[in-house]
Design a protein around this ligand. Sequence first.
Ligand SMILES: [Zn+2]
Ligand SMILES: [Zn+2]
Length: 104
Amino acid sequence: MKFCPKCEARLKQDTSEKNSTCPKCGYSEKSTNQRKQVTVESKSTIDVLDENEPKETLPTIKIECEKCRHDEAVWWMLQTRSADEPTTQFYRCTKCSYTWRNYA
Ligand SMILES: [Zn+2]
Ligand SMILES: [Zn+2]
């Protein structure tokens, strides 16, 4: 509940215009309890493949590259998060280094 600072009459809340007005003297003030929008940035971790890149020599497999149609790629397996989830298989084209994943 708010009161007019000029004449101390009870202010009338205008919900549509989000301000309070004094019915006696016409004083008006903006409502302070407006909702503030909170934006939460969500980071995408799905497309970050370079961090999971193994350094050792990898086995190759005969598979067609989606990008350059080369027929050979190196591959490796990665367990994501928990053991309950299926292992993700990664492929990297030996020609253009294009990397993609396959859910086994
Ligand atoms: Zn007033
Ligand atoms: Zn390729």
